[in-house]
Write a protein that binds this ligand. Structure first.
Ligand code: FES
Length: 108
């Protein structure tokens, strides 16, 4: 059996495009997006504020021992997750990703 990490593709569906990021699941989905240079909206990075919320179209993830306190039940019912505490367990497709605006990213 190989010790090579299993890689998963995180596909972000935006209005104009689809963006793909590869992760081995050791990083959260948000960390993988951030390392790829994507200006994903985030604040607490701990599953509390809900700012990073997005929706899963297909694929698997785990929060491990963490709880998505930043989601309402209606969000969960719509398939929303918090990528700041979620790790991909398979290839996964996400939408409703919110990116920082130019103005937000220029402010300290
Ligand atoms: S950044 Fe706050 S819940 Fe994800």
């Amino acid at each position: 059996m190989s010790d090579d990490p299993v890689l998963h593709t995180v596909t972000l569906v935006t209005e104009e495009d689809e963006i793909r990021v590869t992760t081995d699941g050791s990083l959260t989905i948000l960390q993988a997006m951030h390392e790829a240079g994507l200006p994903v909206r985030k604040a607490c990075r701990n599953g509390v504020c809900g700012l990073c919320k997005c929706r899963v179209l297909a694929g698997g993830f785990t929060y491990h021992w963490k709880q998505p306190h930043g989601l309402w039940q209606r969000d969960i019912d719509r398939g929303c997750i918090l990528p700041c505490i979620a790790h991909a367990t398979s290839d996964i497709r996400l939408d409703e990703i919110l990116f920082e605006s130019e103005q937000e990213s220029n402010n300290p």
